[in-house]
Design a protein around this ligand. Structure first.
Ligand SMILES: [Zn+2]
Length: 179
């Protein structure tokens, strides 16, 4: 297959939910359920340091009977595979297929810029579905990220913030929300 010519930066979800190492697994699980996503990046001062997925929670907490007050930092996957925004959609799809993961944080340096999931890619380029079928089942989780704590550039001042909120359709940082 040829490269699609579409880069991840143009199709990623911007303003993504993230959690901190010190958040509990229960909080992370609730956040994912509410946002109907299967995994969230773990962020420290804007840098991606790990990822925690529903699968991790099921395996590490439910299966072993650990308590839900376990901190995200103890069960997150790290280091985490990330991609830069300028990578081709097909290359991102191959990374996900080869690592058998469903989502990738998109970073500039280590800074969280967005998220991309396999479902996003298949929607954008249905031909990629064939590539995905070469491995096991697809996780059909829609990414309707109505965020609580979201990371990205403020649409008013352009500063980077991990605490953007959606105010009347614009993602605003803490400072701009108060104006
Ligand atoms: Zn701002």
């Amino acid at each position: 297959m040829m490269a699609t010519g579409i880069n991840i930066g143009s199709v990623m979800t911007r303003g993504v939910i993230s959690v901190k190492k010190s958040d509990t697994v229960a909080e992370a699980a609730k956040l994912m359920k509410r946002a109907r996503i299967g995994g969230v990046p773990v962020v420290e001062r804007g840098d991606v340091i790990g990822i925690v997925t529903e699968g991790d929670i099921m395996r590490d907490i439910v299966a072993t009977g650990k308590k839900h007050d376990v901190k995200v930092g103890r069960i997150m996957k790290h280091p985490v595979r990330t991609v830069p925004p300028d990578i081709d959609v097909e290359d991102a799809a191959k990374i996900m297929r080869d690592l058998e993961i469903e989502r990738l944080p998109v970073v500039s340096g280590k800074r969280l810029m967005g998220m991309i999931t396999m479902m996003d890619l298949v929607r954008i380029e249905p031909a990629l579905l064939e590539l995905m079928k070469e491995r096991g089942s697809l996780e059909m989780v829609p990414t309707t990220e109505k965020a609580v704590s979201i990371a990205g550039e403020c649409e008013n001042c352009s500063n980077y913030s991990v605490f953007l909120r959606n105010i009347d359709g614009r993602l605003l940082c803490e400072d701009c929300r108060e104006l």
